[in-house]
Design a protein around this ligand. Structure first.
Ligand code: SAH
Ligand code: SF4
Ligand code: F3S
Length: 479
C-alpha cells in the first residue's frame, strides 16, 4: 500500500475558499513527490468524462488541479490516478461506468498505489454509492457534483486514508471562483454561467443530482472570459441547463439577453455560443440581441422533447406544440440563416401513436439541421418513473427508428445550403484521416475540411465552400 510520511504544513488550514484548496494542493504536491521518489518516475492521471458539456467543463477543473499538484496526463486508463466523471441522465450511461470499473480493478491489482476516484451526477444517487461501497470496494474516493471544488482536499484525505473516502452533498448554494482549470482546447472554452436546474421536467434526473439553480455573478463571468481571451480563446460556449433563466435569482437580477450584450463587448472574443435554451423562457429580448449580434453564432439548440401538447404538459415543459412552432418562426424571421437543432425523447410513459405523430409533424415543420433522439429511460426518483403505461419496448424501438430515419433525411437535405459561399471557419484540428487537411466549424456549427497546416489551428479564416459531402463541407481558404 501507499507508504507515505504525513505532510505537516507550517501554517494552519485556511477556512476560506479557494485559499483552503490551494493549501491542500501544496500538501498533495508533497505526497506526489514522495510517490515519485518511490516509483522513480512521474505519476500519471487519466480523466474519463461521461455526459454533457457541464461535465466536460468540470473535468477541465479536475485536470487543472491534478496538473497543479504534479500529475502528468496520459491517454490510457493504466494510470496512477484514474477518475470517472459520471452521468446518470439515462440508464445506459450508468451501465458503462460499472462495466469499466471491473476493468480498472485489473490495473489496481497490479499496482496497489493506484488511485481510483468517482465523481459527477451518478454519485449523487444513494443507491449508486451503496452499490460501489459493497461491490467495488477498491474505489478510493467518491464525491458529488456540489463539492467538486474541494477535489484537492478530498484527494489528500484519500491519499492519507487506507479506506474509501466518500463525500457527497445533497445540495449547495456555494459557488467557488478562481480554481485552476486546464482547457482541452487552447482557442475555445466552455464557461459556466449557472449551475443546477429548477425545472423538474418529469422524466429528468438532472435537478435531483445537480441541485437548485444558481447563477454566477456577471462580473465573475466577464472576468473569466476576459482572461480566457488574453490566453488565446476566440470562442466561448456559455453553459447552463436553462440559460434563458440566467440571472433571475441574483441579488441584482440580470437577464440572459443582458449578459450576452456584455459578453459581446469583450474585445478579442470572436464567437459566442450557448447551451441549453429552454423554449419556455426564450425571450423576445434574446431574439433581438441575437438578431443584431456580430458574435453570437448562427446556431440554436432548442430541445423539443415531444411534439404532443398533451405529453409536453405531463412532461412539465410549460409550452405547447403551437407555442414551440411560433417560437421557431419568430427566431427564423429574426435570424433567417440560423441552424436549429433539438433533443427528442421517444417512448415517454403513455405516448400513443397520435402523440408520436405530433412529434413527427414538428420535425417535418421545423426541418432541424440535426436532432439528438433518445429512447425514454426510466430514472428512479422522477415523477415519470411512477407513471403507468410505460410503453412496450418493441413499440418504442419502432417509433425511434422511424423518427431517426426522418431526422437524418431532413438533415441531409438541409446540409449543403451554403455551398458556393465564402464563410468564416474556426480551424480546430488537423483532419484525423488526412493530415494535409484541417477541420473546423462554421458559425452554424457545420463541419468544414480544407487543405491546411497546423499553424491555422485556432484561427478564423474565410473559406470558400466548394462542395457538401453528406454532413460536412469541403472548402478552400480564401486569401
Ligand atoms: N437542460 C437541457 C437538457 C439536459 S439533458 C434541456 O432542458 O434541454 C439532455 C437531454 O437528455 C434532454 O434534452 C432530454 O432529451 C434527454 N433526457 C433527459 N432525461 C431523459 C430520460 N429520462 N430518458 C431519455 N432521455 C432523457
Ligand atoms: Fe432536465 Fe428539464 Fe432541467 Fe433540462 S430543463 S435539465 S430536461 S429538468
Ligand atoms: Fe449527465 Fe449530469 Fe450532464 S446527468 S447530462 S452529466 S448534468
Amino acid at each position: 500500500m501507499r507508504e507515505l510520511t504525513e505532510v505537516k504544513m507550517s501554517t494552519p488550514v485556511p477556512e476560506m475558499e479557494p485559499q483552503r484548496q490551494f493549501y491542500y494542493m501544496e500538501v498533495a504536491k508533497e505526497y506526489v513527490r514522495q510517490l515519485e521518489e518511490k516509483k522513480g518516475r512521474k505519476l500519471t492521471f487519466h480523466v474519463s468524462t461521461f455526459g454533457c458539456q457541464m461535465n466536460a467543463r468540470d473535468s477541465e477543473k479536475l485536470t487543472g488541479i491534478l496538473e497543479t499538484i504534479g500529475y502528468v496526463e496520459t491517454d490510457t486508463e493504466e494510470a496512477d490516478f484514474v477518475i470517472y466523471n459520471t452521468c446518470t441522465v439515462r440508464e445506459n450511461a450508468n451501465n458503462k461506468v460499472y462495466g469499466r470499473l471491473g476493468y480498472l480493478n485489473g490495473f489496481k491489482k497490479k499496482d496497489h498505489d493506484m488511485m481510483i476516484a468517482l465523481c459527477g451526477c451518478m454519485m449523487q444517487e444513494e443507491k449508486v454509492v451503496e452499490k460501489i461501497r459493497s461491490s467495488y470496494r477498491f474505489v478510493d474516493l467518491i464525491f458529488g457534483t456540489h463539492n467538486i471544488y474541494k477535489f484537492a482536499e478530498l484527494l489528500v484525505q484519500a491519499l492519507e486514508a487506507d479506506r474509501m473516502v466518500v463525500d457527497v452533498w445533497k445540495d449547495t448554494d456555494k459557488i467557488v471562483e478562481d480554481l485552476p482549470v486546464e482547457r482541452k482546447y487552447s482557442f475555445k472554452s466552455g464557461v459556466n454561467i449557472m449551475f443546477g436546474c429548477n425545472n423538474f421536467c418529469s422524466y429528468c434526473i438532472v435537478p435531483y443530482v445537480r441541485g437548485r439553480e444558481r447563477s454566477r455573478e456577471p462580473k465573475d463571468i466577464i472576468r473569466e472570459i476576459e482572461h480566457l481571451v488574453e490566453d488565446g480563446v476566440v470562442e466561448v460556449m456559455l453553459l447552463g441547463q436553462n440559460v434563458n433563466s440566467y440571472g433571475k435569482n441574483l441579488e441584482h437580477p440580470v437577464t440572459f439577453a443582458q449578459l450576452l450584450q456584455e459578453v459581446e463587448k469583450i474585445e478579442g472574443l470572436e464567437r459566442i455560443r450557448f447551451m441549453t435554451s429552454h423554449p419556455k423562457d426564450l425571450s423576445d429580448d434574446l431574439i433581438e440581441v441575437m438578431k443584431h449580434s456580430k458574435k453570437i453564432c448562427k446556431h440554436l439548440h432548442l430541445p423539443l422533447q415531444s411534439g404532443s401538447s398533451r405529453l409536453l404538459k405531463i412532461m412539465n415543459r410549460h409550452y405547447t406544440k403551437e407555442q414551440y412552432l411560433e417560437l421557431v418562426e419568430k427566431i427564423r424571421a429574426a435570424v433567417p440563416d440560423i441552424a436549429l437543432t433539438t433533443d427528442i425523447i421517444v417512448g415517454f410513459p403513455g405516448e400513443t401513436d397520435e402523440d408520436f405523430m405530433e412529434t413527427m409533424d414538428v420535425v417535418e415543420k421545423v426541418g432541424y439541421d440535426s436532432a439528438f433522439t433518445f429512447i425514454y429511460s426510466k430514472r428512479t426518483g422522477t415523477p415519470a418513473a411512477e407513471m403507468e403505461d410505460q410503453v412496450p419496448e418493441e413499440v418504442v424501438k419502432a417509433r425511434f427508428d422511424r423518427l431517426l430515419a426522418r431526422v437524418q433525411t431532413i438533415a441531409a437535405q438541409k446540409a449543403g445550403a451554403l455551398t458556393g459561399k465564402t464563410m468564416e471557419v474556426l480551424v480546430e484540428h488537423i483532419n484525423e484521416q488526412d493530415s494535409h487537411l484541417v477541420t473546423g466549424r462554421l458559425s452554424n456549427n457545420s463541419t468544414v475540411h480544407l487543405p491546411g497546416t497546423e499553424d491555422m489551428i485556432g484561427k478564423l479564416i474565410p473559406v470558400y465552400l466548394k462542395e457538401c459531402k453528406g454532413f460536412y463541407y469541403l472548402g478552400e481558404a480564401v486569401e
